[in-house]
Design a protein around this ligand. Sequence first.
Ligand code: NAI
Length: 486
Amino acid sequence: MKTKIAVAKGDGIGPEIMDAVLRIFAANEVELDYEFVEMGKSYFDAGHSTGMTEQAKETIENLGVLFKGPMETPKGKGVKSINVTARKVWNTYANQRDFRSLNGVQTVFSKAGVSVNMTIVRENIEDTYGGIEHLMTNDVAVARRIITRPGSAQVIRYTFEMARRKGYKKVACGHKANIMKLTDGLFLETFYEIAKEYPDLQAYDIIVDDLCMKLVSRPEMFEVIVLTNLQGDIVSDLCAGLVGGLGFAPSANIGDNISIFEAVHGTAPDIAGRNIANPTALLLSGISMLRYMGFTANAATIENALLYTLEQGKHTGDFGDRSTASLNTTEFADSVIASLGKQSSEGGVFSQPNFAAHGNKVQRPSENKLTVTNPDVKEEIMGVDVFVEYTGQPAELAGLAQTKLNNQFKMVMISNRGTQVWPTGSVFTELVNQYRIRLEKQEGIKLSQKDILGIVAELSDAVKVCSIEFLMNFDGKAGYSLAQGQ
Ligand code: NAI
């Protein structure tokens, strides 16, 4: 019996490149059945605010694998990107992108004889992609960056498992924990915690700016890199550039139950409908999907055919030797089909699985396991950061706040854009109309949440409060950062 997956052709060039890829699959007799689902621009336009029909959602949740073409997010209609929504709703927490130099695809590195072969895993749910943003004053916008211990653990464990399966030796964690000590710090701490379970793999960390510099100067140094969402987004596009651009960048969004395979590029509206788009990125994503589903022999044959085609100098209009005629999408797919059974001079690609082979049965989760935490950790309320809107000078604000304090609290500092401006500061620090007042508990006092809300209510009589943040200790360790200069 054939295995069934959900397929959404997408918008713009989506249908053209998807048809090309499915034709290649058929020519290699891939034992897959497709249920085509209704998603994308026309479903936004028809009033489905999620960009897909209920039936599409149900089909994908039943089948567990979605192979999708790019989809357009209508501008200015207040709708969220269906691509991002799908990744988040179905908890595809690991975004895996494999980058390798391809014979026939010239880059500065291929010309220099440097071969790139690495995998980036990007956390796919958390970070600033929660989209939790607020204007706190007319001048000050704030985004919440959410990094969680279980969310980090999920994607990091996936990365080590994948690295082991693919025979890599080293796993790097890219981060900025030198600046974001709590958020990136938690990701990094979790990385080393999980690394202990994989003593056969060398685990190391690298600050993301240094990583970018090394990636563009010595890309051959790296094998597997795991990163938080935003940094991973930027670094993985940088890596796409190393191997020839977006036309060669596949992406797998992996979850425990549902996984989505797509190209990194968009709908290319400038060339849509002309049958000239490059189907390679979607084909590479499809090859990953075949491996994920356990069709490793098909994956190897099709990948070998693609490599052979590229090596022959066959190309669509967006890459390759300009002095030779480019093929259209259909002709390029025909070339791959004609090359089935051939191997490139690089030798055959591995037929080992890229992913833990996934059946076609989705396990409906009966409980949410990520809420489970360590109940033994002792928490203590240490005080509160109160964010206020104020246009005067720091000393005046301190004087105002002081009049509202009771004997439970002491004011320890005021900062502006994260830099301490009271009790000490520099006249050269420029100020905006939002300050943070840090109140800490007096010696020997035990604070409740009500005490905090009470003092904030008092303060609001003197100054406009924008938001508050509790200062907490966990097992005696501060769960909040110091201000610059504190
Ligand atoms: P894009 O990736 O669609 O196009 C950027 C440039 O690359 C264009 O010049 C295009 O012609 C070219 N290009 C892209 N894919 C190509 C291919 N396979 N063959 C040949 N040339 C190709 O990015 P853009 O223009 O920023 O976005 C267009 C639309 O796509 C937007 O509505 C955006 O929201 C959507 N989008 C969807 C994604 C997804 O479904 N995962 C990802 C990125 C964008």
